[in-house]
Design a protein around this ligand. Structure first.
Ligand SMILES: [Zn+2]
Length: 239
């Protein structure tokens, strides 16, 4: 219980950093990264934005809603600490979870998953998992992780080729990180992550249709569900 609580506190404390990263990267493709307040043009610190969701200078509403990023980060890290015991794999999964929080917010708002976030997410996890394999002299989990990362990314790549309007290359790149963390725990967990992602996306689309908030033609960003699917798969791990 103590470690889960500690992980949640770390998530809350990292929230303002993640919030600043969400703000910086929430721009349409082709536009420069955002470093200033759109209302008062004050240059904002890229490592900190207050959880109030307001510009520290002019108090205008900017970025994600108050406390949302902080609460999501705390919940994600709590799930990871609940299920993953080994220190280095725990760090690897937490690393992807934190990038995932930023990516999900950015994709939900501007429907893109920037390379600047997806590649470090997968790269950092690969280094940490690699370190864990070297320390333990046990390479089975690492091989499974890499194979699942490539398989899940290839699967999404096929979907992008079939239906370029439904998915983007960013989804395939984010799938690298999700496949890596789920695949470390085995093929079954990676498959569970992928299935959970599509189930959650389907449920959300159905709910929007029922509530008449969206039509059949409306495009819903898939990234948040892909990432959430990975977290669900981690939650399903046996302790
Ligand atoms: Zn401002």
């Amino acid at each position: 219980m103590g470690r889960i609580l500690a992980a949640a506190v770390v998530g809350l404390l990292l929230g303002p950093l993640l919030r600043a990263q969400v703000f910086t990267h929430t721009v349409p493709a082709g536009e420069p990264w955002r470093h200033g307040c759109p209302h008062c043009q004050a240059r904002l610190h890229s490592a900190f934005l207050p959880p109030t969701g307001r510009c520290p200078r002019c108090r205008a509403r900017i970025g994600p809603p108050p406390a949302l990023v902080e609460v999501v980060a705390a919940a994600a890290l709590a799930v990871v600490a609940w299920r993953v015991r080994e220190p280095l794999p725990l760090l690897a999964v937490a690393w992807v979870a934190l990038f995932g929080v930023v990516l999900a917010h950015v994709d939900a708002t501007v429907r893109r998953l920037p390379d600047r976030l997806t590649f470090p997410a997968a790269g950092g996890a690969l280094v940490l998992f690699g370190l864990s394999a070297v320390v333990d002299g046990e390479y089975g989990h690492l091989a499974s992780a890499v194979a699942c990362a490539l398989a899940l990314a290839a699967f999404y790549l096929v979907l992008v080729l079939i239906s370029p309007n439904g998915m983007g290359l960013g989804d395939a790149k984010a799938a690298l990180a999700v496949g890596l963390v789920a695949g470390w725990f085995g093929w079954g967990i990676a498959v569970a992550a992928a299935v959970a992602g599509f189930l959650l996306a389907g449920l959300y689309a159905a709910a929007l249709l029922l509530l008449r908030r969206a039509g059949r033609k409306d495009h819903i960003a898939h990234g948040p569900f892909l990432l959430l699917g990975g977290l669900v798969a981690i939650a399903l791990l046996a302790v």
